[in-house]
Design a protein around this ligand. Structure first.
Ligand code: ATP
Length: 370
């Protein structure tokens, strides 16, 4: 009697399909099968898999990271070799996908999202660096975090996160760009670095509104708003658009910085915006070899501002070359060098960030009755 000794296939198309279907799209945060992005899956007798993935756009910037995730999932399911081929969704399929996403959850911000407006009296005190690092630290603690770069003239969030690409647009809404586990939206994604951006009042308000409403933030735990320095139109527009926001005031220890930061604090008070606390940045310079601390910008500014506003001084971030280098490299220091003194100070801020809610009594809400 002849026995069939042919080896059993290592896997089959059903197992590979199940494994790959569960791979999450990096920006839509749903499985590829659910999103209708997983098309043909063929596995030959030798266990070689050919997998077709339909992208939302042919210029999808996440093509390579998807290829890697799909290959890993198929390999884990037993495929001996994996060939990932990409196609592009038709307009109709994109509309269906948009409807599916929109139908599940409302666009814009979820009601439960905690919003912090990070503000400073003047430029250059490290407001954007604090925002970027706080966001990464919160994301690393397991929270869903977004950053809206509302510093519309001096946007630096794309640079600090090392990303610059157009967000994917899906029939009437945009997906935030994701980096280091944080969802980002910035004017900087739409313009060339050297291009001047000119805003006129109503246009500015409209753009901020779009960034809040037409972006699929998708049920964030925390949204950080990186405000332009000072007390200008952007701050006022955002207060109107996001009435639940709380202020996080960033200052250096210098008396001059503290005085102008106090103005921002008073503006918040006038608008009945709660103040979560004060962050003192560039506090002291710690010598790498001997550990001695030098107060380059003086001392006590953060504490005085906290007392003046009657809120806690949440953390003191030292002047740290690691923070500057990380910013220049486009990798926030919390991710690049978590043991650096500046990273530790921001991690403390993330761990102790107070939850504050504004009492909405007596405040006109941007709602209309239909
Ligand atoms: N704690 C720190 N130690 C060392 N360098 C820092 C620190 N904080 C910020 N910097 C550096 O200072 C510069 C200004 O920081 P950043 O852009 O975050 O300030 P900003 O207040 O947001 O400025 P602007 O409002 O003008 O955009 C950057 O080069 C940044 O890397």
């Amino acid at each position: 009697m002849l026995l069939n000794h042919r080896a059993k296939p290592r896997t089959d198309s059903g197992s590979v399909r199940t494994a790959v279907g569960a791979v999450e799209d990096p920006e839509l945060h749903r499985g590829l099968a659910e999103l209708g992005m997983l098309r043909d899956v063929e596995v030959d007798r030798k266990g070689r898999a050919r997998i077709e993935i339909a992208l939302t756009t042919s210029a999808c910037p996440l093509r390579e990271s998807l290829r890697e995730a799909v290959t890993n999932a198929a390999t884990a399911a037993g495929a001996a070799a994996v060939d990932v081929v990409f196609s592009t969704m038709s307009e109709r399929e994109r509309m269906e996908l948009a409807g599916h996403i929109r139908g599940e959850k409302p666009r814009g911000l979820a009601e439960r999202t905690r919003v912090y407006a990070v503000a400073s009296g003047k430029g250059g005190v490290g407001k954007s660096s604090v925002t970027a690092n706080l966001a990464v630290a919160l994301a690393r603690s397991g929270q869903r975090v977004g950053v809206l770069d509302a510093d519309v003239w001096g946007y630096s969030i794309p640079h600090l996160f090392g990303v610059r690409r157009n967000p994917i647009a899906l029939n009437g809404f945009m997906l935030p760009v994701e980096a280091h586990g944080v969802r980002l939206m910035s004017v900087g994604f739409f313009v060339e670095d050297t291009e001047p951006v000119v805003w006129r009042g109503p246009m500015l308000h409209k753009a901020l509104e779009q960034f809040l409403v037409d972006v699929h933030w998708d049920d964030l735990d925390v949204l950080l708003l990186d405000l332009p320095p000072g007390t200008g139109d952007v701050a006022l527009s955002l207060l109107e658009l996001v009435p639940q926001a709380a202020l996080l005031a960033v200052t250096t220890p210098q008396p001059a910085a503290q005085t102008v930061a106090a103005r921002v604090g008073r503006m918040a008070r006038d608008q009945r915006m709660p103040i979560a606390g004060v962050v003192e940045n560039m506090s002291s310079l710690v010598c790498g070899s001997c550990g001695a601390a030098t107060s380059l910008f003086g001392s006590g500014g953060g504490q005085r501002l906290a007392e003046e506003l009657d809120v806690p001084l949440l953390t003191q971030v030292p002047l740290d070359a690691a923070m500057r280098e990380a910013g220049d490299a486009g990798i926030p220091v919390v991710a690049r060098d978590p043991d650096a003194p500046s990273a530790a100070a921001v991690a403390k801020l993330a761990a102790e960030l107070p939850v504050v809610r504004r009492g909405l009594a007596g405040i006109p809400l941007p709602l209309s009755v239909v």
